[in-house]
Design a protein around this ligand. Structure first.
Ligand code: CO
Length: 443
């Protein structure tokens, strides 16, 4: 059962080489399940029982369902669909020796650089083309092994294994072709998008790793593939969202872009995208700001972004008493200075939900001498403030182009998320909440 989930996850990741493609992949699944797209520029006339999704910037998406009966609040699961990559610069071709054509790129996000060497790479993203009366966006994906970053041979750098500081502008110029490739890069991108190169006005193109996913280990207990952070959570959230029944609250599947660069963009967690969407849902049913605030008080948000498992070769990097392992369930993430939103109340609510859904939970806190990372929950909270918990699935090699996780954990998040989307968290007193779910209905 877990392995079929893994294969679906691999296929989701393969179809989603960039954030734009991830949104497109989700859009197709949502449409197939009868969800209707709303444009932010349209008037929204939502209906009870209706299923909708809205996109922003082509790389962030929010999907939701309206219950048949009067709603309680929102059950929001948020994740992010970007990952650290190399972005192709403007005027990308760079000749070397009159015999090579390389591509000029820059870093997007904080990646582990070394594992990008010596593996098949490709290019995907979007082209913006001119039309009769304006512009139009087209996705493109070369879809084949197209680039490589060959290492310098050990014979020419005997210090290669003694630790390296990279010169990005010199060493990270992927090789695209020989002298015959000159002047052809954009033309190839135009071809794979089926557009005329003369019509291209601009582009957002990224290098991605072509390494296919694999399941491995003594009992096939591990899997490795690119972009597990955070497409594993995006995938689990979407599967659970599509698969769940609707309870008394409005389930919201929310995927932001630009988490890896601080979220401060129009389609990032710091934007008004979630706020705008939730308030417009209220508007559409004639509910004012007071009603919106009342609903938020009986809402819950899960900020789902992958977590670090204890590394077998670096066990000293993990907190001595909080030690997440792969295949041992969902990780609750804590941080005293609120890099993670988890507090006693949100942790208790999430633990209770997982208990009701029969899903194991483990805990992550940074080693006190290791700064650790950040995520989207606390940032989103500056726009939409509600009870939020930070969670993730345990993984190794985060921000490598080839990351490792456990084959069992995706199913556990799907199970917990499905239960979460079907339930309501209702405030019934100060510090007192009840979790409503059809399976636990009072007579
Ligand atoms: Co992440």
């Amino acid at each position: 059962m877990s392995e079929s989930t893994v294969q679906r996850l691999f296929s989701f990741i393969e179809k989603s080489p960039t954030a734009f493609h991830a949104v497109d992949t989700m859009e197709q699944e949502l449409r197939a399940a009868g969800y209707r797209q709303l444009l932010e520029s349209d008037v929204w006339k939502l209906e009870k029982g209706g299923k909708y999704f809205v996109e922003r910037g082509g790389s962030a998406l929010i999907a939701f369902r309206i219950p048949q009966t009067e709603g309680n609040g929102f059950q929001i699961m948020a994740s992010h669909c970007d990952s650290p990559v190399f972005k192709i610069k403007e005027n990308p071709e760079m000749e070397a020796e009159g015999h090579y054509v390389r591509l000029n790129v820059e870093k997007y996000g904080g990646m582990l650089c070394a594992p990008w060497f010596d593996r098949p790479l490709s290019v995907a993203g979007r082209l913006v083309i001119r039309t009769e009366n304006g512009i139009e966006t087209r996705l493109c994906d070369a879809g084949r092994d197209l680039l490589m970053l060959p290492s310098l041979a050990i014979h020419m750098n005997r210090q290669a294994n003694d630790g390296t500081k990279y010169q990005m502008q010199k060493e990270f110029l992927p090789l695209y072709g020989d002298e015959r490739a000159k002047g052809r890069f954009l033309e190839q991108m135009a071809d794979c998008a089926g557009v005329n190169i003369e019509n291209i006005l601009s582009y957002d193109l990224y290098v991605y790793s072509r390494m296919p996913g694999t399941v491995w280990g003594a009992d096939r207990e591990y899997m490795s593939v690119g972009r597990l952070d955070d497409l594993q959570c995006v995938f689990a959230s979407l599967e659970a969202f599509l698969d769940s029944g609707t309870g008394k609250s409005i389930p919201v599947h929310c995927v932001f872009d630009n988490e890896e660069v601080g979220s401060s963009t129009a389609q990032g967690a710091a934007s008004t995208f979630l706020l705008d969407t939730l308030t417009r849902i209220c508007d559409s049913f004639g509910l004012g700001m007071t009603e919106y605030r009342r609903m938020l008080a009986s809402s819950f948000m899960v900020s789902a972004d992958n977590a670090h498992a204890v590394h077998p070769n670096y066990p000293e990097k993990a907190c001595p008493t909080n030690r997440p392992y792969m295949n041992h369930g969902i990780v609750l993430k804590y941080s005293a200075n609120q890099k993670y939103t988890t507090d006693a109340v949100s942790a208790a609510l999430f633990r209770k939900i997982c208990e009701m859904a029969h899903v194991p939970v483990q805990t992550f806190v940074n080693h006190s001498d290791v700064p650790g990372g950040s995520t989207l929950g606390n940032i989103s909270g500056t726009q939409v403030a509600l009870h939020t918990v930070d969670i993730g699935l345990p993984q190794l090699a985060m921000h490598s182009p080839y990351e490792t996780a456990g084959v069992e954990d995706t199913d556990m998040l799907i199970r917990a998320a499905r239960f979460f989307f079907e339930s309501s968290v209702k405030e019934i007193g100060s510090g007192q909440y009840c979790i409503l779910h059809a399976d636990f209905a009072a007579d």
